[in-house]
Write a protein that binds this ligand. Structure first.
Ligand code: CMC
Length: 428
C-alpha cells in the first residue's frame, strides 16, 4: 500500500499522497490541499517546500553529498571537464567521445558575439558592476536571436539556442573584464578549447605557443564544475519560475544572473574576499569579527559561512580548499588573506555559536582566493560563478519545459488592512 499522510482540519481528515524520491527522500504532496480543504501551506523562504521533482542534481545536506545525474561531484571535479559536465547536466547522460567532440565544436562555432551588441555595451560606465552588465547582455541576446521567443520551438531549435548561449557566455564575460581595464576585446580563436579560449580572451596569450599553464586550466575546469548546478537554489528557482511563463531561455537566464548577484547567494564570493581584506587591514584579529558575526545587533555576517541545505559540510568547499592550497603552491603565490581565511575557519569551527547553528564554510569561502591568484578582479568573481552555473540553469529550464510544468505562482496569506473607506484627497 502506498504511503500517505493524514491531516485533520476542523474534524475532517484528508489523506495526502507521499512522494518518495530515488534517493529515498520523502515529500507530502499538498498540491490538492486547497481544492479539498480551502487551506494552503505557509513556508516563507521555501525552507521546506519542494517546487518540483527533478532528475538533475541530488543533494543530501546532512551528509554532505552532491551528485549530478547520479555521478558524485568528487569524481566529476577530479576527472571530467566543464563541457562534459555541461552535456551531462543538460542531456542527462555522459556523452561518447564523438558526441562530446561535436558538442564542443558546435559551441565553439557560436562563440563570436554579434558586433552590434558592442554598441549598447559601450554605453555602460566602465565602473558599472559586471553582474549588471552580464544580465543585460544575456537578456539582449533574445533581441539578436528572436527565434528563441517561440515557446513551441522544436527540439532542434531549442538546442540551437542552448548551444548559442553556451558559446557566447564566455565571450561576453571576457568583454566585461576587458572593459573594466580599458582594453580592447579579444576575439575567440578557432584553435583553442572552451576554457583556453576564455582565458585567452581575458588575459591574452600567455605563452608563445598560445597555451596556458595546465595548472590554471585545470583549476578553471574544477571551479566551473563545482558551480555547475545546485538544484533548487535562489537563482535556479528564478530561472525555472521565469521560464515557466514561457519566457525565452535568454530572459530566464538573465533573471537567474540577477538572483545570483546578491551577497547571500553567488555574490558571497566577492563579499568573502572583501571581508578577508578588511580583517587583514584591521590587524588580522579574527576573534573581533567572530564577535561581530554573533552579535544580533550587528548586521555583519561571516560571508562564505552557512548554507540553507548543507548542515554538516559543503562537499564543494572541501574540494576547493584543497585546490586552493595546490594552486597557490604551484603558482608560487603567497596570499596573506589565505592565512586569515584559515584562522577564521578554525576559530569559527570551534565556536559554540557556529557549532550550534551548523555553520560551515561553503563553496564561496575559498573560491575567491583562487580567482584572485588567477588574476581576476573581485567584482568578476560572481560573473565566474554565473559562467559555471550556466549549464545548470539551462538543464533546469529545459527539464521544466520538457515536463510542461505549469506557470509558477505561489499563494500568500494576506495580513494587511481590510475594508478601509476611501476619502477624497481634499478631505485628508
Ligand atoms: N554568519 C553569522 N551567523 C549566521 C550566518 C553567518 N554567515 N549564517 C547564518 N547565521 C545564523 C543566523 O543569524 C541564524 O541565527 P539565529 O538562529 O540565532 O537567528 C542562524 O544562523 C540560521 O540562519 P538563517 O539565515 O536562518 O539560515 P538560512 O538558511 O536562511 O541562510 C545563508 C543561509 C547561506 C543565506 C546564510 O547562512 C548566510 O547569510 N551566509 C552568508 C552568505 C553566504 O556565504 N552565502 C553563500 C551561500 S553558498 C553559495 C550559493 O550557492 O549561494
Amino acid at each position: 500500500m502506498s504511503e500517505t499522510a493524514s491531516i485533520t482540519l476542523n474534524g475532517k481528515t484528508l489523506e495526502l499522497p507521499v512522494i518518495t524520491g530515488t534517493e529515498n527522500e520523502k515529500a507530502i504532496d499538498i498540491s490538492k490541499l486547497r481544492d479539498q480543504s480551502g487551506y494552503i501551506t505557509l513556508d516563507i523562504g521555501y525552507k521546506n517546500t519542494g517546487a518540483t521533482q527533478s532528475a538533475i542534481t541530488f543533494l543530501d545536506g546532512e551528509n554532505g553529498v552532491l551528485k549530478h545525474r547520479g555521478y558524485k561531484i568528487e569524481d566529476l571535479a577530479e576527472k571530467s571537464t566543464f563541457l562534459e559536465v555541461a552535456y551531462l547536466l543538460i542531456y542527462g547522460h555522459l556523452p561518447s567521445k564523438e558526441v562530446l567532440e561535436k558538442f564542443r565544436a558546435d559551441i565553439k562555432a557560436q562563440m563570436l558575439v554579434h558586433e552590434d551588441m558592442k554598441i549598447f555595451f559601450a554605453g555602460f560606465p566602465s565602473k558599472s558592476h559586471p553582474m549588471g552588465q552580464l544580465s543585460c547582455l544575456v537578456g539582449a541576446l533574445s533581441a539578436f536571436y528572436p527565434e528563441s521567443l517561440n515557446p513551441n520551438q522544436t527540439e532542434e531549435e531549442e538546442n540551437k539556442t542552448i548551444i548559442n548561449l553556451l558559446g557566447k557566455m564566455p565571450t561576453i564575460v571576457s568583454w566585461i573584464q576587458k572593459k573594466s581595464l580599458g582594453h580592447p576585446v579579444v576575439y575567440p580563436k578557432k584553435d583553442l578549447g572552451y576554457i583556453d579560449n576564455f582565458m585567452n580572451m581575458i588575459f591574452g596569450e600567455v605563452n608563445s605557443d598560445k597555451t596556458f599553464d595546465p595548472v590554471i586550466i585545470d583549476a578553471m575546469h574544477k571551479l566551473l564544475i563545482l558551480h555547475a548546478d545546485h538544484e533548487q537554489n535562489c537563482s535556479t528557482s528564478t530561472v525555472r519560475i521565469v521560464g515557466s511563463s514561457n519566457a525565452n531561455l535568454y530572459a530566464s537566464v538573465s533573471a537567474g544572473i540577477n538572483a545570483l548577484w546578491g551577497p547571500l547567494h553567488g555574490g558571497a564570493n566577492q563579499a568573502v574576499i572583501e571581508m578577508l581584506e578588511d580583517i587583514k587591514n584591521d590587524g588580522g584579529d579574527v576573534e573581533k569579527y567572530l564577535a561581530k558575526a554573533k552579535d544580533k545587533n550587528d548586521p555583519f555576517r561571516l560571508m562564505g559561512f552557512g548554507h540553507r541545505v548543507y548542515k554538516n559540510f559543503d562537499p564543494r568547499a572541501k574540494i576547493i580548499k584543497k585546490a586552493c592550497d595546490d594552486i597557490l603552491e604551484k603558482l608560487g603565490v603567497q596570499d596573506p588573506v589565505l592565512d586569515i581565511a584559515k584562522k577564521l575557519e578554525e576559530a569559527a569551527l570551534s565556536d559554540q555559536y557556529f557549532i550550534d547553528r551548523k555553520l560551515y564554510p561553503n563553496v564561496d569561502f575559498y573560491s575567491g582566493i583562487i580567482y584572485r591568484a588567477l588574476g581576476f578582479n573581485s567584482d568578476m568573481f560572481t560573473v565566474l560563478f554565473a559562467l559555471g552555473r550556466l549549464p545548470g540553469w539551462i538543464a533546469q529550464w529545459k527539464e521544466m519545459r520538457d515536463k510542461k510544468e505549469p506557470i509558477g505562482r505561489p499563494r500568500q496569506v494576506y495580513n494587511g488592512e481590510i475594508d478601509r473607506v476611501y476619502t477624497d484627497i481634499s478631505t485628508r
